[in-house]
Design a protein around this ligand. Structure first.
Ligand SMILES: [Zn+2]
Ligand SMILES: [Zn+2]
Length: 545
């Protein structure tokens, strides 16, 4: 199979928080899983660098937009690396390759007849001699009489249309604005109403329910044509004659990043990207993001693909996440609540963060994040169950047998259970169900601990060495297979186990252990987090990596 996974492109004007992470992590699990299955995977994402918010931040802080975008891009990249994301490429929309290819695609859509010209009356400042975006206009709110911007009133917080504002003036120079004709290009989104409706009808359980419902809302209102160009100085130039002073609207340009990033990966592998993406039964495509991004992936992106007419497969799986609240409050920049990913990484090991966000993934409803809950789950499951099973077996072998794994017989029942769980976990990951996948593996950990407790190898070793060897060998096989299944979720601890076993396991199937191998550098898998300490003290405890 060919597998394409597109992780959402975070916007470069703020740090990443736990909500982003919860939305994006499933993509990495899916990518790692399919690679283990031996499928050819292209997994891409990048930083969304253009658009109005960065332009405004740049004006406010007196820093050029490129520097702002670069700063956040580096921060995002750093976070993803520390969290072991396995993107084949983490790109950015300000790269020349992206810009060049977006321009080509835009031109093709114009040639195919889905982008057409339109004269729009737009607010213009005669003093600055430029057209103004909604947020660059100030005026009086028609509802409350307070000072308002072109898109929202700062006084009563109503969403406004620039046309409604009274006494409009330029925010930068205070000069009265005038309306002036401006030539724009428009994308004929309304032409795709029926095709997008068909796409949703065929989505079945491959789209999250919230994605289906959100998309239907837009369809029920009727899709409307959208501006394809924007009067901005920061973005991708419009490649069409007569529109050189405009930029391509970021809603078109950013989602095409899935294609431009994929093209770069394919080029490195010496394969033809559009051949890889062609619409057949041997390709599965996944798009992984938060719920605020749904229409871009279920309406805009498929419409652009159809407008491009390149026979690229439309989205198969839409993995949209709900929100993460922080200590029972909505995460918001203005409140300054919520933990940034860098803060979390300074407190906890990457596997602990990945485990917690995946085991509690906001698949069907918003979830609450708290450090107390994370620490509790870490101590209960990772230390108390998984870590404990590994350590009690490994430590005993090191102590009594110099780390040598005895020659024994694998328990047939246990082997059968392991094989069944591989299958079940795999099919849950393929559907994007992280919570049930991870809980199936934890069922296996529970079975493993129960098996150990019932067999009592610490007694068998004195009374019946053959039984001891069989039990121990079975437990070590359990450990190897559990680590292998956990690898897409918690790569670091899985690799640690593989290193201790001196094995490199890289296939999604039952693995048996050669006997008489010697364990190496045996160490505790997870350390307990002492919750009675406050956060500053926790930082001082170096969590062993
Ligand atoms: Zn002005
Ligand atoms: Zn108002």
């Amino acid at each position: 199979m060919r597998i394409f996974i597109g992780g959402a492109w975070p916007y470069a004007n703020n740090s990443l928080h736990v909500g982003h992470l919860a939305a994006l992590l499933p993509g990495d699990v899916i990518a790692r899983y399919y690679r283990k299955k031996g499928d050819e995977v292209i997994y891409v994402s990048g930083t969304d660098c253009h658009g109005t918010p960065i332009t405004l931040k740049s004006k406010k802080d007196g820093i050029d937009p490129a520097s702002i975008a670069k700063y956040y891009h580096n921060e995002f990249n750093n976070c993803f690396q520390k969290l072991d994301f396995s993107y084949d490429l983490y790109s950015k929309t300000m790269d020349q390759f992206h810009k060049d290819n977006v321009k080509k695609m835009f031109t093709k859509i114009v040639e195919n007849g889905y982008i057409y010209p339109k004269v729009i009356q737009q607010d213009f400042c005669p003093n600055c001699n430029e057209f103004l975006s909604d947020r660059e206009i100030e005026g009086i709110c028609p509802y409350c009489g307070g000072l308002a911007k072109g898109d929202q009133c700062d006084n009563c917080f109503r969403t406004l249309n620039a046309k409604e504002l009274l006494n409009k003036h330029c925010k930068a120079c205070n000069h009265k604005t005038i309306l002036k004709d401006n030539n724009h290009l428009v994308f004929a989104l309304s032409k795709f109403q029926d095709k997008i409706q068909n796409l949703v009808n065929q989505s079945n359980d491959r789209w999250r329910l919230i994605a289906i419902n959100e998309t239907l809302k837009y369809l029920n209102n009727g899709l409307i044509d959208r501006d394809a160009t924007r009067q901005l100085s920061w973005g991708v130039d419009t490649p069409i004659k007569g529109y050189e002073d405009k930029k391509i609207y970021v809603w078109i340009e950013a989602v095409l990043g899935y294609l431009t990033a994929g093209m770069q990966v394919a080029e490195k592998r010496n394969i033809e990207f559009f051949e890889f993406m062609k619409n057949d039964d041997f390709l599965r495509t996944y798009y992984v993001h938060g719920k605020d991004n749904i229409p871009f992936h279920t309406i805009i992106f498929p419409a652009l693909l159809m407008a491009l007419d390149l026979n690229v497969k439309l989205p198969d799986y839409i993995i949209s996440s709900e929100y993460v609240n922080f200590n029972n409050e909505k995460i918001s920049k203005s409140k300054g609540n919520g933990k940034s990913i860098l803060e979390l990484l300074s407190l906890y090991d990457s596997d602990t963060i990945r485990y917690y966000m995946l085991a509690n993934n906001p698949e069907k409803k918003d979830i609450n994040f708290s450090c107390e809950a994370l620490e509790k789950e870490h101590n209960t499951f990772l230390v108390g169950e998984y870590g404990n099973f590994v350590n009690r077996n490994f430590a005993y072998l090191v102590k009594k047998f110099n780390g040598y794994i005895p020659k024994g017989q694998m328990d047939c029942n246990i082997r059968e259970i392991i094989e069944k769980i591989y299958y079940l976990v795999g099919s849950e990951i393929e559907k994007g169900n992280m919570r049930s996948a991870i809980s199936l593996i934890f069922d296996l950990v529970k079975i493993a601990n129960k098996y150990y407790d019932e067999k009592k190898p610490w007694i068998q070793v004195k009374e019946d060495i053959k039984s001891f060897n069989d039990t121990t060998y079975t437990c070590i096989c359990l450990i190897a297979n559990i680590a292998n299944m956990f690898e897409p979720f918690m790569p670091k601890s899985s690799h640690k186990i593989m290193e201790m076993l001196n094995m490199n396991i890289n296939e999604w199937k039952y693995v048996s252990i050669p006997s008489n191998i010697q364990l190496k550098n045996v160490d505790i898998l997870f350390n307990r987090i002492n919750s009675s300490l406050n956060e500053k003290e926790i930082t001082k405890i170096k969590i062993k990596k």
